[in-house]
Design a binder for this molecule. Sequence first.
Ligand SMILES: [NH3+][C@H]1C[C@H](O)[C@@H](O)[C@@H]1CO
Length: 616
Amino acid sequence: VTVTVSATASHSIPTTLWGQMFEDISSGDGGLYAERERNFERRPLISAKSVHPVLQNRAFQQVTPGSSAALNAWQAVNGATISVIKETTPVSSALPNALHVTVPSGKSGQVGFLNTGYSGIKITAKSTYTASFYYRFPTSSSFSGSVLISLQATSGQVFGSASIQLSGSQTTWKQVSVSITPSTSASSTSNVFSVTVDGGSAAGQTINFAMFSLFPPTFKNRQNGMRADIAEALAEMGPSFFRLPGGNNLEGQTAATRWQWNATVGPILSRPGRVGDWGYANTDGLGLFEYLNWCEDVGMQPIMAINFVVGDPTKSAAAALRSSLGHPEPFTLNFVEVGNEDNFAASTYTYRWHDFVTALKAQFPNIHFIATSIAFNPVLSPVPTEYDVHVYQSPTWFAQNSFYYDGFQRNGTKYFEGEYAAISTNASNLFGAIGTGRFTFPTMQGSAGEAAFMTGLERNSDIVFAASYAPLLGHVINNQWTPNLLAFDAGNVYRSTSFYVQKLFSLNRGDSYIPSTLPSKTGTLFWSVVRKTSGNQIIIKVSNTAASAATLTFVLPFNTVSSTGTAQVLTGAGTASNTPTNPNLIVPVTGNITTGKTFNYNAPAVSVSVLTFTAS
Ligand SMILES: [NH3+][C@H]1C[C@H](O)[C@@H](O)[C@@H]1CO
């Protein structure tokens, strides 16, 4: 096929074009959020890949005291009696429950309890783990002794430990904190966090505990921050926005359980947590302030909730709260989305949209409000300036719909492709379980289809201002949704073929779109041409979704074109994925190519290529 490239750009590419969508769907607690002790029981909505004992309740939020679920994955050590109780004097009004521990008589050696982390705990030598909890003796006693806090393998090998003095006269809550720096790394993630006392000297003692926490080093060493390896993988994509906090997890299964930003900010002790939309409780330790700091740390703008974010501390209590938390300046916020996928609730959306936007636009005239119903159906007032469009489809659908936006009216309305992914080869049961065509991990065929679709988003970026694959992140065990752009477990983060496509487009986004011969709508070869003005770079993205290689001949109108360029190529068998057992099966390979005013490029079968060269 011959691709004639025009001499002049048709439009500038919005700086917001490539970014990330995030919600807690086996991705916040125990994932991006660095706290290693986690959650409550996790009732997988999609067949769990493992009956692995589920996560831990660091603060026993949203559980029924005395129920078996309340103690999920907390385990007694050497005969201690442990239970979750409703405290008579809770550690805070937001955290009514506590762990009630009684040391039996006649036990020698360490007695207490342990926490199995988020399906395991990664222990890295020389990393400093900050462990903390609150304790009190419900009845004053003469006990005075030490408690041993240790990171150890389930086999018993201790990697690091520290001890702290406890006093039986301490009948009010007291927080203790230790740093543990293991000398050796654990060979697996089958490790626990244990809290024990000497069975002899503590015989007969009863102690209450609350608000446990175990933090490894965090991304940019942020207090209560993000897990470094996952955060670094996300930052590696060079995203320009971060949509938060959802997705479904924004709205709650009921109005009462919707995400309420003010319950997610301030001291961890004051955050009650909530039962999220994905069948488990969110601790809300990853709250609005953490999200906003994360956006700032990565250079992303949030797409989302308001006064706390941009208000004037002298005029708004919410803004004053933000200031008191250490951020007197407003955060960047240009877009707020009203709801999520309200095409499912269009009848009530008309008045909800109207009431929210009328009130908020009056107070925040510079913010753009994004609607989530079908574009122009129903008719909304005020008329939306942006719509959020979601699509989960098959690899074929994406390859065949790269012209989805070409026919849209240019009437000032802009579009946010807020969630999209190739999720199954089964077009008649796209959301089915694994084994019915549903992907566990993205496949190369799906990623090439997404790339084809993305060349269309670039071509139409005069009206498509932002796009993000979804979901962004998911645990490989006990998750609620697959595929995800990134998968992770207690010890590793796994980059998918779709992750590399998102990264290749994001890091090579250019600043102006250069029209060229249009691909065939029903073909298997797709491309887009952009210019990166600084450096006079021309960047051509090519997706070949066919099972055979294809040659493209590029004809360029520029006076001088470099004779060589680089090609970053992602290619592999269509059904292949990067998996935990083979995480780097398909990764981008960079090589040199011959370029010039006219040059040929041979796109491998099932491949995504980014060709870069200079021209002026
Ligand atoms: N059903 C998808 C649509 C919703 O917005 C997300 O929460 C879900 C997973 O990405």
